[in-house]
Design a binder for this molecule. Structure first.
Ligand code: UDX
Length: 469
C-alpha cells in the first residue's frame, strides 16, 4: 500500500526499510531489490517501506502490491540545488547537500515509523551515498545494509582514492593530457583522468563524498552490489579483502526483479513496434541515461553522424538532455534524411529495447545500469562517458571485457559515422558482440553462490538476524 509513515499496518510480516538516492540510476536498482525481497516466498515475503526524497519521488500508485509503503521525506525542503543538471554539474556538492537537508526530516519520519510498527524492522537498506541517513538509523538502533548501485570496479577505485591522494597523484597537478593519461599502476586499466568525478566537482567535496561512502560501507552490516561474480570476480575479491564487512552480489538485479514503475519519466512503448519491423542486430540504440547531457553543437554532430551512417537508429532525446536549451530542435533536413530508418523518443523502455533482437549496438554514457543492462543482452557499446563512475565503466568495457570502445575527443559527424560502422559492420564489431553475448550467457546462468565472507571479519560484528536478508 502507499501510505504516510506508519498509517495503517499490512500484517505482521517482517519489514525492511529502504532509502534510495533520488536519481533514476539509484532509484531503479533499489526498487528492483525491494521487489525481489517482497517477492520472496511468492509475494508473502518481506514488507518493504521505501523512504524517499520528496523530489524525484517514485509513484506509489505504480507499486500496488500489499506490503509496500512509500514515505516521503523532506517535503518542505528546498530542492533546487539538490538535483544536478547536466554533465558539468557539481554532483559531489549535490550529494553533500542532500545528506545535510534530508537528515533531520528523516529522523522524524523514522522515529514515527518505529513508534507505529508492531515489530522492529529487520534493517534499513540505504544507498551508499546516504551516509547521513545511515547515521540516523544507527542513532535509532536500526541496523543498516548498504546498496552500492555501481560496479565493483568503481568501489575498488574509490577505496584506493585516499592512497592516491597521499601519494600526491590526486588531485591531478595539471590538466595536461599526458598527465591525465598517466596509468594508475594500482588500478589497471584506469588512468588518472578516470578518477576525476566531474570538471566542476572540487577535490574537497569529492574527498568528503568518498570518505562518507566508505564510512557508510564499513560501518554497515554488509554491502550489496548490483553485479555478478563472473563479470568482476577480481574486484569483488578486493572489496571482500578491503572492506571488512560481508558482501552480497545480487546482480544483475533487473533480471530477478523488474522494478516495475521505477521509471521517473513515461516510457514511449511505440518504439518497440518500430523495432519489430527492423532486421536483427541492425539498429543502434542511443541514450545518455537520466543526467548526462550534450551541447547544441554536439547534438548537431550526433544528428548528422547518425543520418550519414545510413544505419537504423533509435535515439532517446530526454527533455533536459541538451544544455541551455529549452526546446530541442533537430537540424533542417535531418528528418527527410533519416525517414524510415530512424526514430527519436523522449524516453524509452530501455531494458526491453536492449533485449530486442533488432538492437545491434548501444551508444551509451556508461552509467552502471545502462552498462549492465547492455551486457545482460549481449549488446556491444560505443562509449561516451561524461562524469562520476562512467569513465571507470567505460575503461572496463573497452580494456577488460572488450565489448565496446570509447568515442574519444570532440564529437564530430565523420568520427561518429566511422564508430557506428566499426560497431555494426566490421569483424572487430562482431568480435565485441560475440564477447558481449558470452558475458550475457554468464549473467543469465550465474551461480547463486552464498554471500562472500571477508577474510578478516569479526563474527560478532554481524548480528545473526542479518543472515536472513
Ligand atoms: C546515474 C549516473 O549517471 C551513473 O553514472 C551511475 O552509474 C548511476 O547513476 P544515470 O545517468 O541515470 O545514472 O544512468 P544509468 O545508471 O545508466 O541509469 C539509467 C536508467 O534509466 C537505466 O536503468 C535505464 O534502463 C533507464 N532508462 C534510460 C530508461 O528507462 N529509458 C531511457 O530512455 C533511458
Amino acid at each position: 500500500e502507499a501510505s504516510p509513515a506508519g498509517s495503517g499496518s499490512s500484517g505482521r510480516r517482517r519489514r525492511v526499510l529502504m532509502f534510495p538516492l533520488p536519481f533514476q540510476g539509484h532509484l531503479t536498482p533499489m526498487l528492483q531489490l525491494a521487489g525481489a525481497l517482497h517477492a520472496r516466498g511468492g509475494g508473502g515475503g518481506l514488507g518493504v517501506t521505501v523512504f524517499h526524497a520528496a523530489f524525484n519521488a517514485p509513484d506509489p500508485a505504480r507499486h500496488p502490491a500489499a506490503g509496500f509503503r512509500f514515505v516521503p521525506v523532506g517535503e518542505g525542503v528546498a530542492s533546487g540545488d539538490l538535483v544536478p543538471s547536466g554533465s558539468d554539474a557539481d554532483f559531489a556538492g549535490a550529494l553533500l547537500r542532500i545528506n545535510d537537508r534530508l537528515r533531520e526530516p528523516f529522523r522524524d519520519r523514522l522515529r514515527q515509523a518505529l513508534a507505529e510498527e508492531e515489530a522492529r524492522p529487520a534493517c534499513l537498506v540505504v544507498d551508499s551515498n546516504l551516509r547521513g541517513m545511515q547515521l540516523v538509523a544507527e542513532e535509532l538502533g536500526v541496523p543498516t545494509l548498504v546498496l552500492r548501485t555501481g560496479a565493483a570496479a568503481c568501489l575498488v577505485a574509490y577505496m584506493a582514492f585516499p592512497a592516491l591522494c597521499d601519494k600526491g597523484l590526486l588531485p591531478p597537478a595539471s590538466q595536461d593530457k599526458a598527465q591525465l593519461d598517466t596509468p594508475l599502476d594500482e588500478l589497471p586499466p584506469l588512468r588518472l583522468r578516470d578518477m576525476v568525478f566531474s570538471p566542476t566537482t572540487t577535490h574537497a567535496n569529492m574527498t568528503r563524498c568518498l570518505r562518507d561512502l566508505l564510512d557508510a560501507a564499513r560501518s554497515s552490516s554488509g554491502v550489496i552490489l548490483n553485479t555478478f561474480q563472473d563479470l568482476e570476480s577480481s574486484d569483488l575479491q578486493k572489496i571482500t579483502n578491503g572492506l571488512g564487512v560481508p558482501m552480497y552480489t545480487v546482480g544483475p538485479l533487473h533480471k530477478i526483479s523488474s522494478g516495475i514503475g521505477s521509471s521517473l519519466l513515461a516510457q514511449d512503448q511505440t518504439c518497440l513496434e518500430w523495432l519489430d519491423r527492423q532486421e536483427a542486430d541492425s539498429v543502434l540504440y542511443v541514450s545518455l541515461g537520466s543526467l548526462a547531457s550534450m551541447d547544441e553543437k554536439e547534438l548537431l554532430e550526433t544528428a548528422w553522424g547518425l543520418a550519414n551512417s545510413q544505419r537504423p537508429f533509435l535515439w532517446v532525446i530526454r527533455h533536459n538532455m541538451v544544455k541551455s536549451s529549452r526546446e530541442v530542435s533537430l537540424p533542417d533536413g535531418f528528418e527527410e534524411a533519416t525517414r524510415g530508418r530512424g526514430m527519436v523518443v523522449p524516453w524509452a523502455p530501455q531494458q526491453e529495447v536492449l533485449a530486442h533482437h533488432a538492437i545491434g549496438g548501444f551508444w551509451t554514457h556508461n552509467g552502471w545500469n545502462s552498462t549492465l543492462e547492455s551486457i545482460c543482452e549481449g549488446v556491444p557499446m560505443i562509449c561516451w562517458p561524461q562524469f562520476a563512475d562512467q569513465m571507470i565503466n567505460m575503461r572496463y568495457v573497452q580494456e577488460v571485457w572488450k565489448i565496446g570502445f570509447e568515442l574519444e575527443g570532440e564529437l564530430e559527424r565523420g568520427k561518429i559515422e566511422r564508430a557506428i560502422a566499426k560497431l555494426l559492420c566490421t569483424e572487430e564489431g562482431r568480435g565485441m558482440r560475440q564477447r558481449a553475448k558470452d558475458l550475457r550467457d554468464k549473467a543469465l546462468h550465474r551461480s547463486r553462490a552464498p554471500p562472500t565472507q571477508p577474510r578478516s571479519i569479526r563474527r560478532s560484528k554481524r548480528p545473526a538476524r542479518h543472515r536472513a536478508i
